[in-house]
Ligand binder design. Structure first.
Ligand code: URA
Length: 507
């Protein structure tokens, strides 16, 4: 028969257990000689009267246990099993007397304690997830008290309360459970006795258990929550078994959304089918487009230089396609209003993006060399791109050029059209397929149509040739030859570049 009876002050009296266990260990009292009670259980236990005097002042054992064991004890103490203190003391005793225990993770006592700790942690997690507060307006002019009802499996209210303090630091709230209640008074002075240090200013009061009826009924805010829940419920992703595992039925009574689960689940298969059969919806644009600027034949009161400056600023804000959001800035065209030849490239590259000017990187340098070889002056040209922002892909720290999609080029087209309307060039030189398609309004096979004058949608002469990047990427053995052929293409526009104002473009 047990010779020692210990009564702890509460179900969660971890400091009391620790003190008593140390003292018992110091007196070499084996676990089978000890009966553990808590104040609540002692009241209904006839033998509690034979209680051993509390072990205050008794020398502590010098046993050193791993910190993980202390953490395990702190959690297991919260379990509902009346035998938990006995189990923990037995483990402590065995840790001291059986050195092999530390190396035996499959030991039955260890396994049982770990299962108990797991159950406590799961219960704490559920409490954090499934507590739902309902407002209870106060008559006394005090701020509204938010009250929740919850039925934990274990003695976890004290342990979880600091979580709710952090979460709802400025709200007055109370959580009622059958065994314990807790109330948070934000901003109130903490008890002189101290207790656990809280993450924010206020006072936590713990009290006795309550009844479900003490918590307020559903409120208007709940109706809004239900509407939201109904809308986010995705029938195609419904996994009932998993859902019930995560949100066991016994918690449903406290969850307002639980009333929706059965009807939504019942309709899930049919609703998924309706969704599959429904026509695709047009995805919402990420960013509201900026108003389209005026085109050539529309009336504009601004003079061309001012209009171009406005366009330049507007392209910088353009988010009609996703490219702009990742670029440093837009790269607008540059050159004189009324330039005889407008040169259109594809899109700015890395250097252009950083400097905000077209054709200043490697492709621009090759283009400048061609201008020099042709005897053209860049200042006389208007140089721009079909797409105004740099599209790239990050590889490590490098930004690698990515060809814009047809949709992206199309989204950008109105900027080019507006630019052309203000510059009014006599002819256009399109470098590469993206530029040619933007200017001619149709897909262009550059190798087939290169070096020939085409006619744009407004009747403007358009000369198509390769983009300088294509020459840079080409076979180095054939670079000279490719460059000469390219110059030959470009030279077809020489007459335009040199044209006097009012002279008709060459055909
Ligand atoms: N490539 C282009 O098409 N345009 C530039 O501005 C730079 C490189």
């Amino acid at each position: 028969m047990a010779t020692h009876t210990v009564t702890l002050s509460s179900d969660t009296d971890w400091p009391g257990f620790r003190g008593e266990a140390r003292a018992l260990l110091a007196r070499q009292v084996p676990p089978e000689d000890v009966v553990w009670h808590t104040r609540a259980s002692a009241e209904s236990d006839l033998f509690a009267a034979l209680e051993t005097p509390r072990a205050q002042g008794v020398g502590s054992a010098s046993a050193i246990v791993p910190p993980a064991f202390v953490r395990l004890c702190e959690t297991v103490v919260l379990h509902d099993d009346p035998d938990r203190f006995g189990l923990l003391y037995r483990l402590l005793w065995r840790l001291v007397h059986e050195p092999t225990l530390r190396r035996d993770p499959l030991d039955a006592d260890r396994v049982r304690a770990h299962h108990m700790a797991q159950a406590v942690r799961r219960d704490m997690h559920k409490m954090k997830a499934f507590v739902r507060f309902r407002p209870l307006p106060q008559d006394d002019g005090e701020p509204t008290l938010h009250v929740a009802w919850f039925e934990p499996d274990h003695h976890i209210v004290e342990a979880v309360a600091p979580f709710f303090v952090r979460r709802f630091a400025t709200m007055r709230w109370a959580i009622l459970t059958p065994e314990r209640s807790v109330q948070w008074h934000p901003g109130a002075a903490a008890d002189a006795e101290g207790g656990e240090a809280l993450p924010t200013e206020g006072r936590l009061d713990f009290g006795p258990g309550a009844r479900r009826e003490d918590a307020p009924p559903a409120d208007a805010g709940e109706a809004l929550w239900l509407t939201y829940y109904r809308h986010i419920f995705n029938p195609a992703r419904l996994k009932l078994a998993m859902m019930q595992k995560e949100m066991p039925r016994r918690y449903w009574q406290n969850l307002p959304e639980a009333v929706l689960i059965a009807p939504l689940a019942a309709d899930a298969a049919a609703r998924s089918e309706r969704m599959v059969e429904a026509p695709a919806t047009v995805p919402a644009r990420r960013i509201v487009p900026i108003a389209r600027p005026l085109l050539a034949d529309e009336d504009s009161s601004a003079d061309p230089a001012t209009a171009l400056a406005q366009l330049r600023r507007a392209t910088d804000r353009c988010r009609e396609c996703p490219i702009g959001a990742h670029a440093t800035q837009s790269v607008f065209g540059e050159g004189p209003v009324g330039a005889a030849l407008m040169v259109v490239g594809e899109q700015p590259g890395d250097q252009e993006d950083l400097r905000g000017r077209p054709f200043v990187g490697p492709a621009g340098q090759l283009f400048d060399r061609a201008l020099h070889d042709l005897g053209w002056s860049r200042e006389a040209l208007y140089v721009t791109n079909a797409v105004k922002h740099f599209k790239y892909e990050l590889r490590g720290k490098r930004r690698i050029h990515k060809t814009p999609t047809q949709q992206e080029a199309q989204a950008c087209l109105h900027w080019l059209e507006s630019e052309m309307a203000q510059v009014r060039p006599q002819a256009v030189l399109a470098l590469g397929a993206t530029a040619a398609r933007a200017v001619l309004g149709r897909p262009v096979a550059v190798m087939r149509e290169r070096g020939q004058w085409q006619t744009g949608p407004r009747g403007e002469p358009v000369l198509v040739t390769l983009h300088p990047s294509a020459l840079l990427r080409g076979d180095p053995q054939q670079r000279d030859e490719a460059y000469a052929a390219w110059l030959e293409d470009l030279s077809k526009a020489t007459q335009v570049v040199r044209a006097e104002a009012g002279e008709t473009a060459a055909r």
